[in-house]
Design a protein around this ligand. Structure first.
Ligand code: AMP
Length: 428
């Protein structure tokens, strides 16, 4: 029996902990730092996800057998290399491989080198060169900061003026610090986005069910981007042909390219795709599970999650098959009013007792905190109300039915999660 540590504190980590807790091979789960919901199934320790020394101490003290990393920051910092060096078992890509997310320039240069479909663009490390380049550009254009910028480093610029301001902000005013020392200016891709994730041991690849995120704050994808306002799975835009092309043109080539470059990639690889008229193209890679996509995806997974995780670590993924439930799943994210701008914390959450898992409804916690017996808000994204149904329509209705029973002061959520699937007349 295994003792497992899950690093992170969001809805993604709550759904991971929830799923791992069902494994017959798992005896106890720890979380660092966890949240109000996670604390009901795991022992939480107030350790920062990038404090690698403190995490190592925790693993040794509690004799933890396996660490599963939720967010990207510890992976990009090199937690996997550090743990492996010390003989501690951990799931995720090593530091060099995590650059696929940690450096957009690294990622793009790899994609361009190996002819993997993605936007055409240029890399700049000099602000004047970047500004000069913009003079002859067609718009819209997309400007991207190289490094991690808390999901804010991608700016779609409709005009030259906007692009010049953006370049000034990133490279001149250094609003993202070192992350903006280099930028990419690339073509704007049209189409529908999808999230396509795989497990890989560096050789074999096992796709997860597809999903789609909703990043903008308001209905109809209006307003500023957030960490994610909801997601559903499967995404009908990823039909059999798109899936086959994504595997053949993107996933297999990138895993092979990483091997050839001496950066064997092990773990979860998340491809953010634009499904364009010419087929799927890479918007970005993430080196971990998505948030909120994990919340609708894991309730559809019938297979014990520890099986593909162990197989990735041991290089035995060829023997694993994933079983998925029929139907669809939807996650609606309940946020604190004001998010992604300023918002207040500490609001009491009520109504959770009125929603039941027996009905296929799972409320995954993100920004929550348990204060004695009261649950209070503790972040921008507060809860991921997730429902499984026979169809996307049924899942949407169930998720919104449940969301309506949960209250906290100034709660806000989008009312149109899953609209693209509905517009496609999806029967799934
Ligand atoms: P990224 O972090 O690179 O995925 O970018 C965040 C979001 O910006 C994506 O989910 C897209 O909505 C948008 N985006 C990024 N690159 C492009 C592009 N080349 N064309 C159109 N939209 C893009």
């Amino acid at each position: 029996m295994l003792k497992i540590l899950v690093i992170g504190s969001g809805g993604r980590e709550h759904s991971l902990v929830w799923k791992l807790a069902q494994s017959r091979e798992v005896s106890k789960i720890y979380a660092a730092p966890g949240n109000g919901g996670i604390s009901e199934i795991a022992e939480c320790f107030d350790v920062n996800p990038t404090d690698l020394n403190a995490l190592e101490d925790l693993v040794r003290k509690e004799q933890i057998d396996l660490t599963v990393v939720g967010p990207e920051a510890p992976l990009v910092e090199g937690i996997v290399d550090e743990f492996e060096k010390k003989g501690l078992r951990i799931f995720g890509p090593q530091k060099e491989a995590a650059r696929l997310e940690g450096s957009k320039v690294f990622c793009k240069e790899l994609l361009w080198k190996y002819d993997i479909p993605t936007a055409v663009g240029e890399v700049f490390s000099d602000i004047e060169d970047a500004k000069k380049f913009l003079k002859d550009c067609k718009f819209p254009r997309v400007v991207k900061a190289d490094g991690l910028a808390a999901g804010k480093g991608v700016i779609i610029c409709r005009t030259e003026k906007e692009a010049l301001e953006t370049v000034e902000n990133i490279m001149g005013r250094k609003v993202f610090g070192k992350a903006g020392e280099r930028i990419i200016i690339e073509e704007f891709l049209e189409g529908e986005e999808a999230s396509f994730l795989v497990f890989t041991d560096g050789e074999k690849i096992l796709p997860l069910i597809s999903s789609q995120d909703h990043k903008a704050i308001y209905d109809g994808d209006k307003g500023p981007n957030t960490g994610g306002m909801g997601a559903y799975s499967p995404a009908p835009v990823v039909d059999a042909e798109v899936q086959e092309r994504t595997m053949r043109e993107i996933i297999h080539p990138v895993i092979k390219a990483m091997r050839e470059e001496g950066n064997k990639y092990r773990g979860i690889l998340y491809a953010g795709l634009m499904i364009s008229e010419d087929g799927p193209k890479v918007l970005e890679f993430n080196v971990r599970l998505g948030d909120p996509e994990t919340q609708p995806v894991l309730p559809l997974l019938k297979t014990d999650l520890i099986i593909p995780i162990n197989a990735c670590i041991d290089g035995e993924l060829g023997d694993v098959k994933l079983d998925w439930s029929e139907g669809a799943s939807v996650c609606v994210v309940l946020t604190s009013g004001g998010y992604p701008g300023k918002y207040e914390k500490g609001k009491e959450i009520s109504g959770l007792d009125k929603v039941s898992r027996d009905d296929g409804i799972y409320v995954f916690h993100a920004g929550t905190l348990k204060k004695n017996t009261t649950l209070i808000t503790n972040g921008g994204r507060v809860l991921g109300v997730t429902a499984v149904g026979k169809s996307i329509k049924e899942a949407i209705d169930k998720a919104y039915g449940a969301a309506g029973k949960i209250h906290f002061d100034e709660v806000y959520y989008r009312k149109d999660i899953g609209f693209r699937a509905l517009n496609r007349g999806s029967q799934n």
